[in-house]
Design a protein. Structure first.
Length: 79
């Protein structure tokens, strides 16, 4: 029984979270953006620094299969 209704539009949406995942064995680094991506952007970016949009953070390294150490990157939006 919440006294405040959920608001439509951008007020009711959660912001995506950013993670920097590094492999413990080979040192591979990758940035991931975790969130609900029901709308996929048509813009294709092939830059190295761009985070990969995922619904779940992988637990294993794609290069060697080792364990990923994930660290959340703080993002501050001030208006």
């Amino acid at each position: 029984m919440n006294a405040f209704p959920s608001l439509p539009g951008p007020f009711g949406q959660k912001r995506p979270r950013f993670y920097l995942c590094t492999c413990a064995s080979c040192g591979f680094e990758q940035k991931y953006m975790l969130g609900d991506f029901s709308v996929i952007s048509a813009e294709d970016s092939n830059e190295q620094d761009e985070p990969i949009q995922v619904a779940k953070i992988p637990k294993l390294c794609p290069k060697c299969g080792g364990k990923f150490n994930k660290k959340q990157i703080p993002d501050f939006l001030r208006y």
